[in-house]
Design a protein around this ligand. Structure first.
Ligand code: ASP
Ligand code: MG
Length: 462
């Protein structure tokens, strides 16, 4: 099989007909070089709207469905010139809308919303969008064919809302199905974000999942390139709104990209870079203008690449001599977090075992503290809970960051920050420092200008 190029277009750039036209032009260019597989997200904001409709009981269904219909039809009309192609897609998309309306009425009428139904409803965003992209490409003479994730071969388990692909089956089916299409000169337009169980029920891969669809397809097909088109020209060294000197990072490796999926300015689905980690797929992140880009590959170059703040956090300190050497205290704490539905951002404990600090979102503090106090009293554990509010983290991503810890800490201390905890990420490629919120911006700027920028300039831009 000839190696294809996988092109993924994010919802942020599919906001109207113009976005689809620009995207289609990119595909037309690329098809001249190699077979292309297109992956699309839902139009901008559509997944959020669908989520709102299924969860809000009061909102007017007709009105919202009407608005959604109009948004898609407008885009189609703006982007497609041929009357025949327009009419055919208009009919197909309208049929999909009928199906959506029926299911939404049924959900409202019965008052039952299962995770399975929610996934089914959310899948419409990508299905509408892929239909539009198919039409726009056909309008430009490309032999495009829309496929759902399931039709493309993305078979998953039945964890609705965050399904995982069953790799052995997905590999076989994707190779067979997509392989055959591209051999016949067809350009598959695959819905991102959605898969299918073996029983044919639609699943979703979790928010932002179109990125993951694209990387799965690229890895399975042994793509020569994977191109992510989004609304920023690659991964930046820092948030340009905060750091005027921020630049696009020219090159990173998959391990660093995995860390950046959560900590960077541009958010990816957290599993996006997983399928690629041992691959040779040249992965490019850019915008439709392609004024700059980040190339992601296998080979890692040491040194800090990005720095970013995470704000709105609080540190919960659990203290007491009692826990030293006692087995199971952490399990009780972790279980309390689970019971209170609290996401643990970071966790720290000194070797003296007298304190465990849990970093969480500020909005979770009351719930978590109450739950902890409840279980400690129920289980008779003599432990004290206190809260340090108003903390933030400074996250530096870069391969082998361990060698830079001292320099980074020095800059952070010099900027007047108190340091509450330090943690190292995946394969030593990120550093999290917990500091006071009121010094975070100064610290981020200083680390950026003194350590990140020089590292990029000296190592990557030669
Ligand atoms: N449309 C989905 C979402 O908004 C998936 C994606 O865009 O990647 O989460
Ligand atoms: Mg996305």
């Amino acid at each position: 099989m000839v190696k294809p190029i996988v092109m993924k277009f994010g919802g942020s750039i599919l906001a109207n007909g113009y976005g689809y036209v620009k995207a289609a032009e990119k595909v037309v260019e690329c098809v001249k070089r190699a077979p292309v597989v297109v992956v699309v997200s839902a139009m901008k904001g559509v997944t959020d709207t669908l989520l709102q409709i299924v969860s809000e009981r009061g909102a007017s269904l007709e009105e919202t469905i009407g608005e959604l219909h109009l948004k898609h039809m407008r885009a189609l009309e703006e982007a497609v010139k041929s009357k025949t192609i327009f009419e055919e897609s208009f009919r197909e998309i309208s049929l999909l809308f009928n199906e959506l309306a029926k299911i939404l009425w049924a959900i409202r009428f019965t008052g039952t919303l299962t995770p399975k139904l929610r996934d089914y409803v959310l899948s419409f965003g990508e299905r509408f969008s892929a239909k539009i992209m198919e039409a726009v490409l056909r309008d430009r003479g490309v032999n495009a064919l829309m496929l759902t994730g399931g039709e493309a071969g993305i078979i998953t388990n039945d964890r609705f809302g965050e399904a995982s692909p069953i790799m052995e089956i997905a590999e076989k089916l994707v190779k067979e199905r997509i392989g055959k299409l591209i051999e016949n000169g067809v350009v598959p337009v695959v819905t991102g974000f959605i898969g299918e169980t073996l029983q044919g029920e639609i699943t979703t891969l979790g928010r932002g999942g179109s990125d993951y669809t694209a990387s799965l397809l690229a890895a399975i097909l042994g793509a020569s390139e994977l191109r992510f088109y989004t609304d920023v020209p690659g991964i930046m060294t820092g948030d340009p709104k905060l750091i005027p000197t921020a630049k696009t990072v020219p090159k990173i490796c998959f391990v660093e990209a995995l860390e950046l999926a959560r900590a960077g300015g541009k958010k990816f689905h957290p599993r996006t870079f997983e399928p690629l980690i041992d691959s040779n797929v040249k992965t490019i992140i850019t915008d439709l203008e392609e004024s700059a880009c980040t190339v992601v590959g296998r080979e890692c170059v040491e040194g800090p690449k990005t720095v970013s703040p995470i704000r709105g956090l609080a540190l919960i300190n659990i203290e007491g001599g009692y826990m030293a050497g006692r087995i199971g205290t952490l399990a009780v704490i972790a279980n309390a977090a689970k019971e209170a539905s609290v996401n643990v951002v970071s966790i720290f404990q000194p070797a003296t075992e007298t304190r465990i600090s849990i970093l969480i979102s500020r909005s979770d503090v009351i719930r978590f503290k109450e739950e902890l106090e409840k279980v400690f009293s129920r289980e008779n554990l003599p432990l004290k809970v206190s809260v340090v509010d108003g903390v933030a983290t400074l996250v530096v991503v870069g391969y082998n960051i361990v060698g830079y810890v001292e320099r980074i800490l020095n800059v952070v201390r010099r900027e007047g920050c108190n340091v509450f905890g330090v943690a190292i990420g995946l394969q030593g490629s990120s550093l999290t420092i917990v500091v006071d919120d009121n010094c975070i911006f100064k610290a981020v700027r200083a680390v950026h200008d003194e350590l990140v920028l020089p590292s990029i300039l000296s190592k990557l831009e030669r």
